[in-house]
Design a protein around this ligand. Structure first.
Ligand code: HEM
Length: 400
């Protein structure tokens, strides 16, 4: 309670000084007992039928950067292939905790990969570049349609190549992506990059539970789960060179937190359709209880409002549309002392035309109550191909 040591509290809380002189907080016994390097040593297998970083690790890592690159003029299919080979060699090494260059060696020599994953794919604009005829673009990689009411920043949208780097350590993430940028020199140039975070491993007392976003809500409750029979077909593609790949929708969504935080919790709960503390649907039960959209309160109104985010987004009202949402929070300082914060929304699906697109259209058409408190600022779509087998390189099947 009041026994918090600290400058700001002590100065601003002048009235508190009358209280008995506070005991210094007892040393937390757990500090120092975390085995050194235990988080850093963790690895996620790089090779496999599916790329790492989509459904593995099951609990997403604490830090991520998502970046887009554009091919330089004149770069052709052979140049991109050799870049993908260099990226593969580097990613294999880094994910296993081996150095990929002198520089990353120095940066990460005293840790390990910290569950590093590097996931690579292709944007719609690649098709049309030399060696990549537009006709070779999968139909599922059709650019996303414009959605009513949004103003996107083109300089931070789209891109020929997309790379998601995630790990339980921000230094590992930074170093890995820096290495990929250096290996791209002469072939592809960085277009945009976002950095995000979620809870760290070993930090919360309920690890593995749904994590809260910066609005304070449990976010991810109704995600497809890897142990469900439908998971594979909802999240992973099954045809051509995209077999076992997944389509990634990236949206930097700013939260209007000054407005949001003024709302009473009960109003916030009606925006989403769930209790803020427990994540339970407003129709009752606990977080995992199925929502009952037909249930009405004493006033005759549905307990879960018809224009709540959850009601408009749920698969049952969107022809079964499903996607795996594994976004990251961001909170970036602005010049002048402010902060812009929100969600780097990352959604994985077998096909965005039956995943993200109809759901977002329904959110817009239904005037999602959440839309008053968020702004979609950027958008990108990438085809993230199937996994890299031993001896293969990222996206190899595109070139066959
Ligand atoms: C559900 C927050 C944007 C699709 C939820 C839930 C929250 C939430 C708190 C309820 C818990 C859960 O099931 O995860 C947000 C925030 C957003 C955002 C803060 C923006 C900053 C989006 C967008 C889409 C989307 C852009 C897709 C177009 C979904 C889906 C569900 C969901 C499919 C599950 C609905 C269900 O079946 O119950 N979101 N969301 N969300 N959201 Fe969002």
């Amino acid at each position: 309670g009041l026994a918090v040591a600290g400058g700001a509290g002590a100065v601003a809380g002048a009235g508190l000084q009358a209280a008995a002189s506070p005991e210094p907080p007892a040393a937390t016994p757990e500090v120092g007992t975390v085995p050194l390097g235990s988080v850093g040593r963790q690895t996620v297998p790089f090779h496999g039928a599916r790329q790492a970083g989509i459904a593995t690790p099951t609990q997403r890592q604490a830090h991520a950067r998502i970046a887009a690159f554009d091919l330089v003029p004149g770069a052709d299919a052979a140049a991109l292939r050799s870049l993908l080979q260099r990226w593969t060699t580097a990613a294999e090494a880094l994910a296993a905790g081996r150095p990929a260059s002198d520089r990353t060696d120095t940066m990460t020599a005293d840790s390990g990969p910290a569950s590093l994953t590097i996931t690579v794919g292709f944007g719609p604009s690649l098709f049309g570049r030399p060696g990549f005829p537009a006709t070779a673009r999968p139909a599922a990689l059709t650019p996303l349609p414009a959605f009513r009411g949004e103003t996107l920043d083109p300089s931070r949208s789209d891109g020929d190549l997309g790379v998601l780097v995630a790990a339980d350590d921000a230094v590992v993430v930074y170093s890995a992506l820096r290495t990929l940028e250096q290996l791209a020199a002469g072939v592809a140039t960085p277009r945009w990059q976002f950095a995000g975070f979620t809870r760290g491993r070993g930090v919360t007392t309920n690890e593995g539970a749904t994590v809260r976003n910066l609005m304070g809500q449990l976010d991810g409750t109704r995600n497809p789960k890897p142990d469900e029979a439908t998971f594979g077909r909802q999240v992973f593609a099954a045809d051509g060179w995209m077999t076992n790949g997944s389509y990634l929708v990236v949206r930097r969504i700013r939260m209007l937190l000054d407005d949001w935080e003024k709302l009473p919790v009960a109003v916030q709960e009606h925006v989403i359709g769930r209790k803020k503390d427990s994540g339970a649907p407003l129709s009752g039960g606990v977080e995992t209880t199925a929502a009952n959209f037909g249930k009405r309160g004493a006033d005759g109104q549905p307990l879960i409002p018809a224009d709540s985010h959850m009601r408009l987004a749920t698969a049952a009202f969107n022809s079964g549309a499903a996607m795996l949402r594994r976004g990251y929070s961001y909170a970036d300082p602005l010049p002048g002392g402010g902060v812009e914060a929100g969600l780097i929304f990352l959604a994985w699906q077998a096909d965005p035309r039956t995943g993200f697109v109809p759901v977002q259209q329904n959110l817009v058409a239904g005037n999602d109550r959440l839309s008053r408190f968020i702004r979609h600022e950027t958008s990108a779509l990438f085809a993230m191909p199937g996994g890299v087998a031993n001896g293969e390189y990222f996206g190899q099947h595109l070139f066959e």
